[in-house]
Design a protein around this ligand. Structure first.
Ligand code: C5P
Length: 303
């Protein structure tokens, strides 16, 4: 009896060891068989980082400290931040649902290179169409499409939405979260570094907020901690990599003078450049992702 139990115990241990080592071995073979490009991508894409703010996602102290100094207007503490988040989650319970997974996503930047591109129909054929800031659609459908499922914005770039578009706040300071709550309820009184809209139209059940920890991750991991901070455009691209099986990118690229000019207007400020963002680095990242076939980048050769 005793020896039978012993034999069974040994058998069990051998089985566990075999399962363990065959798993590690197959993981090792999988990793070793990946190309250098795949390994680079796997090192960067961290699926444990949650793109959206939810009840469960707390931001690390490091990430919070980095995020808090972005616009230097923010003097408030972590406790204050937590209170603002709690209040947001209470006002918009739907925020808590977090990220869903989608099949085919189009990310549409605001570059003037969309002019005469005729990408409209192609863009509209995607399950998800992410746009950002104030980019207009009416009158530009032929080149940019008519569908929007998600729009990233912050107070200074806000625009009204229809009832079926997700408002994705890209917060660059705590005040942006305060603004969101007020602008969709009682009205925001005050200004940030410039006057902002006191109210905004959007479906309160389709409000989402990027997790400051996600913005810190894009900065740290994808943009190698360059000066400045990620633009809404690059945040949208990395967000799509987290949400979608296939990512198609349209409307990215500065003009020949290095300005982030828009498809809907004549450039007003010839010294615009790429603002506080590392435009070249962001563009190179998009190109690398495209070369490695992690996204498809639709460049407009007419531009
Ligand atoms: O100008 P705006 O910030 O609204 O543009 C949204 C995003 O589109 C930018 O953050 C940038 O990533 C991208 N963009 C671009 N080339 C342009 C204009 C915008 O890549 N000429």
């Amino acid at each position: 009896m005793n020896s039978t139990v012993k034999a069974l115990a040994v058998l069990l241990m051998v089985t566990i060891a075999c399962v363990y080592f065959s798993d590690s071995l197959s993981n090792y073979i999988l990793y070793a068989s990946r190309s250098e490009d795949d390994r680079w991508f796997a090192r960067h894409l961290d699926k444990s980082v949650q793109p959206f703010l939810t009840e469960k996602n707390s931001v690390s102290k490091d990430a919070f400290d980095w995020w808090k100094q972005l616009q230097q207007l923010e003097k408030q503490s972590f406790d204050y931040y937590q209170r603002v988040v709690d209040s947001l989650l209470k006002t918009f319970p739907a925020i808590s649902k977090g990220a869903e997974r989608f099949r085919m996503c189009a990310v549409v930047g605001n570059s003037a290179n969309l002019k005469d591109s005729h990408y409209g129909r192609l863009i509209d054929s995607h399950d998800v169409v992410l746009r950002m800031n104030k980019s207009p659609i009416k009158g530009y459908e032929e080149d940019v499409g008519a569908k929007t499922t998600h729009r990233l914005m912050y107070p200074e770039s806000a625009t009204d939405l229809d009832n079926i578009t997700h408002l994705v706040l890209s917060p660059f300071k705590i005040m942006d979260m305060v603004w969101l709550e007020k602008a969709l309820t009682t009205g925001f009184r005050g200004e940030t570094y410039e006057p902002v809209r006191s109210t905004i139209r959007a479906n309160k059940n389709l409000v989402m907020v990027l997790n400051p920890g996600f913005i810190a991750y894009v900065h740290r991991t994808w943009l190698r901690r360059q000066h400045g901070y990620p633009s809404t455009g690059i945040l949208a691209v990395i967000l799509a990599l987290h949400m979608c099986e296939k990512v198609h990118v349209f409307g990215y690229g500065a003009d020949s003078n290095g300005n982030w000019s828009h498809y809907w207007e004549k450039l007003k400020n010839p010294k615009l450049g790429t603002g506080l963002h590392y435009g070249n680095e962001e563009y190179q990242l998009i190109q690398k992702l495209a070369q490695d076939k992690k996204i498809h980048f639709f460049e407009n050769s007419l531009f």
